[in-house]
Write a protein that binds this ligand. Structure first.
Ligand code: EPU
Length: 416
């Protein structure tokens, strides 16, 4: 099993390109199931979850021609309507095959994802929405069995804002009969990116980017070309690393307009942040100042950036309060950060982080994707050599992270 060996204390300098967004790429790959035409995608990130999704869709008969960060999907020969447990258990986003399969083929069998490290994460809202559209769904032996001769448009109000839930229902609604209104829809940029692709494929959607999307179902969708949106979470991970270690870094191929909250927090922490249309330069010459925040849905502070900012807060001047409202168990990095000398206490949904002068290297263990990123940031800022175990979590969602950090001057090495 691979580990990362990091010798902390180096300032970071240079330029780093940001890859396509994992959380846009995963639903977008599933959108390939909706048509028999060619869907050409560019800016596909090279990471484990994308490979897992490709494997799953391949098993269903979706053909793929990959060339670097480009892929052409063709769904004219789908011959299996099942997402098996052995793949779904490794990647919850497999649930995103449910809506497209059901809408186009009238049938789907998808394993229930089960709980995961950051929380219970049920998929009841996906099921509720599809049932409202007329699907017959029963759960048996850990599988969701769904059938519908033709889904019917309706008004769906989800109990809470759910990102993949919105994406699943949106894809299903594109081929339903009549009008579907999705209320309480997620407004995340990755949902917008998927919706834009669907429109390019011939879907009729209004209200994209708002909490109320209206979809007029069409008989069929066609092929399209699409450039996947840049990964705002990866971008912020690098920005937090610079804020924690000091340095002068420009991140390229990014989208400044979807990161307002994070950029404001970095400025509050004392960084100089200069943004151009598709690049952001960050300069940090002093110890960061502690910043408090509360995670919430877009356009609020993303839960996927919580751990990275917490790592920066560990060595900041002052005390911060970090409140997690999306997932009930997303503080697993706290104990590991404390092993590096951080002073963090958890009270309910809030972590109280008392900034320390320095972190000291120690062996630590990654527990989930963004927790791994926070350990990398803390290790880069710590004195001495830190060994991070179980980095397969990191590989699920980051595209060649150690290579990108190494190019910025970080002492980081993958060891087996
Ligand atoms: N929820 C339910 N029932 C549902 C759906 C969601 O109770 O049917 C709850 C969840 O348990 C959670 C909240 O609603 O407490 C929000 O969950 P959401 O459905 O929005 O999360 P998700 O769609 O499973 C996506 C991202 C996550 C990201 C969250 C929140 C993808 C593939 N995953 O998950 O990304 O944290 O939205 O923004 O898009 C990551 O990249 O590290 C990651 C975990």
């Amino acid at each position: 099993m691979d580990k990362l060996l990091i010798t902390g204390g180096e300032r970071l300098n240079g330029e780093v390109p940001i890859s396509g967004a994992k959380n846009a790429a995963l639903p977008i790959l599933c959108a390939g199931l909706l048509t028999g035409g060619d869907v050409h995608l560019t800016n596909l990130p090279l990471l484990k979850d994308v490979a897992t999704m490709e494997k799953l869709l391949n098993q269903m008969g979706l053909r793929m021609q990959v060339s670097g960060d480009a892929v052409t999907l063709n769904g004219s020969q789908i011959n299996c309507l099942e997402a098996p447990y052995d793949l779904v258990k490794t990647m919850r986003a497999s649930i995103l095959a449910l809506g497209p399969l059901l809408a186009r083929f009238g049938e789907a069998k998808v394993s229930l994802p089960g709980g995961c490290a950051i929380g219970a994460r049920p998929v009841d809202q996906h099921i509720k929405g599809l049932q409202a559209m007329g699907a017959e769904i029963h759960i048996e032996a850990g599988y969701i069995h769904a059938r519908a001769k033709k889904l019917k448009g309706t008004r769906i109000v989800t109990d809470m804002i759910t990102v993949t839930g919105t994406e699943n229902l949106l894809m299903a609604a594109t081929l339903a009969e009549g009008e579907t209104i999705l209320e309480n829809a997620a407004c995340e940029p990755e949902v917008v990116d998927l919706a834009n692709l669907l429109v390019a494929m011939g879907a009729q959607i209004t209200g994209i980017g708002s909490s109320r999307m209206t979809i007029q179902g069409v008989d069929s969708l066609h092929g399209a070309e699409h450039h996947i949106i840049s990964d705002r979470i990866e971008a912020v991970t690098f920005l937090c690393a610079v804020a924690a270690c000091g340095g002068d870094v420009t991140i390229k191929n990014t989208r400044v307009d979807i990161m307002d909250v994070a950029l404001d927090k970095l400025r509050e922490a004392g960084a100089i942040v200069i943004s151009e249309t598709d690049s952001i330069r960050i300069q940090m010459s002093s110890r960061p100042k502690a910043v408090s925040f509360r995670t919430t849905e877009y356009p609020g502070f993303p839960t996927d950036m919580q751990a990275q900012f917490m790592a920066m807060n560990c060595i900041a001047q002052g005390t911060s309060h970090v409140t997690e409202t999306i997932f009930e168990n997303r503080f697993m990095h706290v104990q590991e950060l404390n092993r590096l000398g951080a002073l963090i206490e958890i009270e309910g949904h809030t972590a109280i982080v008392r900034g320390v002068d320095k972190l000291i290297a120690a062996p630590v263990m990654a527990t989930d994707l963004r927790a791994s990123a926070s350990l990398v940031i803390a290790a880069l800022a710590a004195q001495g050599q830190t060994l991070i175990d179980r980095i397969y979590h990191l590989d699920r969602g980051y595209d060649r992270m150690e290579i990108k950090l190494g190019a910025l001057g970080a002492q980081i090495q993958r060891v087996s």
